[in-house]
Design a protein. Structure first.
Length: 107
């Protein structure tokens, strides 16, 4: 199976919309749709991030039955957390910039 076909199957079988998967990755709504229609093959880190968002794990599995080597597991969680933090920070910055005045009340 080609990488693009495997990614489509993974996305379709996840039970999530493409927008939900994009959001889980901290990306814009149409990210997954655009990724799946590109003529180029995404890198292993991108495939691992999509897999993680869909509830899968990408790994190299030895043909002799040895232990699998996960790809992107540790960094995927970190990248998603960093993206969520960055999005939250951007939203708060915009919200604060739109305030005419900020009043802090002591109790």
């Amino acid at each position: 199976m080609e990488v693009a076909d495997a990614m489509r199957k993974m996305v379709d079988e996840s039970g999530l919309t493409r927008s939900q998967i994009s959001a889980r990755m901290g990306r814009y709504d149409s990210y997954i749709s655009q990724l799946l229609t590109r003529p180029s093959v995404p890198g292993a880190d991108t495939v691992a991030a999509v897999a993680h968002a869909c509830g899968y794990r990408l790994a190299l599995v030895p043909m002799d039955g040895g232990d699998a080597i996960p790809i992107g597991d540790a960094s995927t969680d970190s990248d998603a957390s960093n993206a969520t933090i960055a999005q939250t920070r951007a939203l708060l910055t915009r919200a604060l910039a739109n305030l005419d005045a900020l009043e802090i009340m002591d109790e």
